[in-house]
Ligand binder design. Structure first.
Ligand SMILES: [Zn+2]
Length: 74
């Protein structure tokens, strides 16, 4: 799996979703390389198993200390 092929806009964190982003966002965990689509509503992560929002970042529950990268379909 390579993200280079994904030509979606890269968002550094939910703070980047300044336009009251809502809808589907792809989260990518830099620790375990997990890739999953989650729902965001008004810059807030809709409660999802395995992912937790802290401030403007989303963290995976695998124990990775680095925040997930976010990709939004353009
Ligand atoms: Zn992970």
């Amino acid at each position: 799996m390579t993200l280079v092929a994904v030509r979606d806009q890269v968002i550094p964190g939910l703070v980047g979703l300044s336009r009251q982003a809502s809808g589907e966002v792809v989260v990518f965990c830099p620790g375990c390389k997990a890739l999953q689509t989650v729902q965001v509503s008004g810059n807030r992560l809709v409660p999802t198993r395995k992912f937790t929002q802290e401030g403007t970042h989303i963290y995976h529950d695998c124990g990775c200390m680095r925040p997930c990268r976010l990709y939004q379909h353009s």
